[in-house]
Each structure stands twice: as C-alpha cells, then as structure tokens.
Design a protein around this ligand. Structure first.
Ligand code: CA
Ligand code: CA
Length: 399
C-alpha cells in the first residue's frame, strides 16, 4: 500500500516536472511515449523522427541507456500543424500498425496525427481505431460551365415588312429554322407584318452545295453578296433550292425574310451534293440483293427517279434491287431521315435498321427521327423495284 502511494506520488511529480518542459520544447504539445518492453531510445527516436539527444534533453535523462518499461517520455516531435483547412480521410488502424508507420504512409508526422486525433498516448492505438489522416484535398472539380454554344447566325427583327428603320430587336440564332405559326418572333413583334435578316460567315470545303429554304412568305438569300434565291412574295409554305459550286474557305450568307399575313415560317439549310464520301451503289438483277452486284456506281446523292428505265448499264428495268452505302459526318443531335420509294426501301444507320418499308407500293415518302452522336456514321439504303416506275430517294435534315 505504501509502495503504491509512492509510485503515484512519483508519477504526479514527474508530470508536474514535465509541465514547464511542454512550453519550452516548442509551441506544440510534445507527444507522451510510454516505454514498452524491449524498446530503447534509439528505436523510439527513430519511430518519431527525432534524435536521441532531443529526447534526452526534453526528459533530462542522465543516462540514455537507463529507461524502464512504463516510463513516460516526452517526445519533442517537430511542431507540425495540420495544414489549415486541409482535408482528412479516415484510416482504420490494422493489427500491428503503429503511429509512425501510419504517419509515413500518409506523408505526415506523428505529431500531426496526434493533434488531429487528440491522442493522449501515441503508443495506445488499437486495431479498428478510426484515425483522421491528412490527405491532399481533391482538386475541386470545376463545375462544368456549359460552354456557350456558338450561335452563328446574327438575327435582326423588324416590326415592318421591309426591314426598314432600326431593328426592333436582335438575337443570335443557332439555326434559321422557325415555325412561328400565327405568332410573332418575340420581342414585342406580332404575328403579321414583320421581317428579319440573318447573317453569318461559314467555312465551306470546296464543292457543290444545295441551298434549301422552306418559307412563308418571302425570302431572299445571298452568298458572298450575290443573290442566289429571290422569292420576295406572299406564299403559303413553299420549298425552293439552288445549287452552287463553292470554293474552299469562309463565305458569307445573308437571308432576308418577311411575313405578311396568316402563318409564318422559314427553314434554311445547306446540303453537300458531291461529298467526297459519296454513295456507293450496287445493283442486283433480282429483288432481294442476292448474289454479286451486276453493276457498281458512285453517286453524290441518293436521289433517283428512274421512271420505267434501267438504273444502270446491265441492270433490268424491273425486278432489280440496289444497295447504296456511304459514310457521313454528322454534327450530332436529332435528325429526320426522309425516304421516298417505289417500291421497297430499308435504311440502316451503323447497321441498325431505322426504317423498314420492304413492300410493293406506288411512290411513297416516309420519315423517321433519329438521335445521332456527333461523328462519322455509316448509312445504308436497300431498295427494290418490282415493276412499273422506280423511285429511290433519301435525305436527312437536322431538326
Ligand atoms: Ca404568311
Ligand atoms: Ca415500281
């Protein structure tokens, strides 16, 4: 009993003695290490990344070789503060792990782990204990600011039919593709007696292009300042086009439009007619594409009205079939495929059947809407002619 009291007293004395040391060693609290069986100062110093001399000095040890099991040593670990505002993760202590090893693993120090976890005795960590460990903060994922989609058309809108005076408002547009019905284009302009102008510069590869416009009422289109479509009159919805050879480089487009009464709409688009990746046409003298083709030809478009005639040398005028295939660049988005056939037609997009009208019929037009990822895609048309007249057409437009 007397012995126990003495031990308690000596421990209390030691703790009291250590108090001023805490302040002297550094501004950080030194780590308290309880000596275990078999440990020596060299091992302990190495485990905490400090020198033996530092431990000797901090604990006023007369003889560094004379430490005993259960002795509490103050370890003057470098005063490393956890990075302020730093990030932490949880490390679950495994059997046999000690604090120094964990510190090394997370590229930190024992003292940081001690501070982060309010550890009073670094020797007393136990398997399954959850320790906060400093980790590099994940780089804030930049909030994907939606990249402003370029709206290439500069639009100007007037509340009269003659584009006269200052525009009532201006607005950039992605496409010239509007079906206003009996409503106006917005901006306080009503559904009758208005006009608009859209201008843009666009890059063209050298080639032959079709400039298409569906309009109600009047429209004029200029390419590089040259009037190429001139339909400046009232009309119910009507389709016009003109084909032009265009040189490689940037070209300017200007579209003037007016609406008088009733409904209002305009859609303008451009098709490449002589795409380098044109159509390969293969013809068969049977109605089901069997055997080897009897003729192979290349075409800029699938736009055939053969009437009662043979479609190609060596091919019969009736009971033939054809396959047209090509690879085409798509900007991505929703597209409408328009197919016209007499008689049967099937369309594949990347080997997926998207339209199947494989039957005898008088000339008919079919449409199908497809979402297409940006990039190149294979398009294949299969067609058969029974007898009588023969028609096979395909085009697509971006919606
Ligand atoms: Ca109209
Ligand atoms: Ca027919």
């Amino acid at each position: 009993m007397k012995n126990r009291v003495l031990i308690v007293l000596s421990v209390v004395a030691m703790l009291l003695m250590s108090l001023p040391l805490t302040g002297q060693a550094s501004s950080c609290d030194p780590v308290r290490h309880v000596v275990k069986a078999g440990e020596n100062l060299t091992q302990i110093a190495r485990a905490y990344g400090v020198t033996v001399a530092a431990i000797v000095s901090a604990n006023h040890l007369w003889n560094p070789n004379l430490i005993y099991v259960g002795q509490v040593l103050l370890i003057p670990v470098p005063c490393t503060t956890p990075p302020s505002g730093g990030c932490t993760a949880i490390h679950i202590v495994k059997r046999g792990e000690y604090l120094k090893a964990i510190a090394l693993r997370y590229r930190t120090t024992v003292s940081v782990l001690v501070q982060l976890n309010n550890i009073s005795n670094p020797n007393l960590i136990y398997p399954g204990q959850r320790l906060k460990v400093p980790v590099a903060c994940p780089r804030p994922t930049p909030t994907p600011t939606p990249s402003p989609v370029a709206k290439p058309w500069k639009g100007q809108y007037w509340d009269n039919r003659l584009l006269s005076g200052s525009p009532k408002f201006t607005r950039d547009e992605t496409l010239v593709n509007f079906n206003w019905g009996t409503k106006g284009p917005g901006g306080g302009i009503g559904g009758t007696n208005f006009s608009a102008r859209w201008t843009r510069t666009r890059y063209f590869d050298a080639g032959r292009y079709r400039f298409n416009v569906e309009v109600d009422d009047g429209v004029r289109v200029w390419l590089d300042g040259i009037l190429i479509i001139d339909e400046w009159h009232d009309t119910p919805p009507k389709y016009y086009f003109t084909d032009k050879d265009v040189s490689s480089g940037n070209h300017t487009l200007k579209i003037d439009y007016y609406q008088n009464q009733g409904t209002a709409q305009i859609r303008f688009w451009i098709d490449r007619l002589d795409a380098p990746t044109a159509w390969k046409g293969e013809f068969f003298n049977n109605a089901n594409l069997s055997g080897s083709p009897v003729a192979t030809q290349f075409y800029p478009t699938v736009d055939f009205d053969w009437g009662n005639k043979s479609p190609a040398p060596g091919v019969t005028a009736d009971y033939f079939s054809a396959r047209f295939s090509g690879e085409f660049q798509f900007a991505g988005g929703k597209y409408q495929f328009l197919a016209t056939a007499d008689d049967g037609i099937r369309i594949y997009l990347d080997d997926t059947l998207i339209l199947d009208q494989w039957h005898v019929t008088a000339v008919r037009t079919y449409t199908v809407d497809v979402d297409i990822a940006a990039g190149k895609h294979q398009v294949r048309v299969e067609y058969f002619e029974n007898n009588g007249v023969a028609v096979c057409k395909l085009r697509w437009t971006q919606k």
